[in-house]
Design a protein around this ligand. Structure first.
Ligand code: FES
Ligand code: FES
Length: 172
């Protein structure tokens, strides 16, 4: 079947098999390697993307179910060559970890701050609990989110938009 989506603001189509996940299609059909295939069981958050504004594990979403959806991957956060404020904060605060966990952490953080620009450190730890790293700590991540919290606030106090800005649910 052909699945058509809007990915990072551009219409994309791919021939997919019924068993293929959104993660598989993003990586193997569309060449977007930012979302990582780690556990493939919805446990680690490495494949976090936004689908119609919801934070989801792309490994748990069937590609066919994404027909017509707006999908945002980590590649879609930067605009006009400028890093998203969350990406900038991760760099500035030394919170960039390995290539497996970092993309998902950045997508999840951007989603959190759009939903709750004033998220407390406790909120941050809770929101990132589904993005697993067992090889380092979360201290630098919390510091980076605190820095991004300020950076994402716009003049009117709202957060920088990510995806379509619709109400979102925690990843499945
Ligand atoms: S690869 Fe999807 S949650 Fe781990
Ligand atoms: S999983 Fe990426 S640094 Fe631990």
């Amino acid at each position: 079947m052909i699945v058509t989506m809007e990915v990072n603001g551009e219409p994309r189509s791919a021939e997919v098999a019924g068993w293929e996940s959104l993660l598989w299609v993003l990586r193997e059909r569309l060449g977007l390697l930012g979302a990582k295939d780690a556990c493939l069981q919805g446990e680690c958050g490495s494949c976090s993307v936004l689908v119609d504004g919801d934070l989801v594990c792309a490994c748990l979403v069937m590609a066919a179910d994404a027909e017509g959806a707006q999908v945002t991957t980590v590649e879609g956060l930067a605009s006009s060559g400028d890093l998203h404020p969350v990406q900038r904060s991760f760099v500035d605060q030394g919170a960039v970890q390995c290539g497996y966990c970092t993309p998902g952490l950045i997508v999840a953080t951007a989603h959190l701050l759009e939903q709750d620009p004033d998220a407390s450190d406790t909120d941050v730890r809770e929101a990132l609990a589904g993005n697993l790293c067992r090889c380092t700590g979360y201290g630098a991540l919390v510091r980076a989110v605190a820095a991004a919290r300020t950076a994402t606030a716009t003049d009117d106090g709202s957060a920088a938009p990510v995806g379509d800005g619709a109400d979102r649910e925690v990843r499945s």
